[in-house]
Design a protein around this ligand. Structure first.
Ligand SMILES: [Zn+2]
Ligand SMILES: [Zn+2]
Ligand SMILES: [Zn+2]
Length: 54
């Protein structure tokens, strides 16, 4: 069975991402560039209901 959706690899992030649409960094899949970069500016992923920002 193919895994097509995965939780964003950012620890605080609750978003589920489609693997094919994910921002990839190494082996991990992130919902946004901010998550992939570890929230360098402290900005969130801007998804509703998610409070991650590093
Ligand atoms: Zn998020
Ligand atoms: Zn995320
Ligand atoms: Zn995040």
């Amino acid at each position: 069975m193919n895994v097509t959706q995965q939780k964003c690899a950012c620890a605080d992030c609750v978003c589920i991402v489609d693997v094919k649409d994910a921002v990839k960094k190494g082996e991990r899949n992130y919902c946004s560039q901010a998550c992939a970069d570890g929230h360098p500016q402290g900005s969130g992923c801007e998804h509703t209901g998610c409070v991650c920002h590093g």
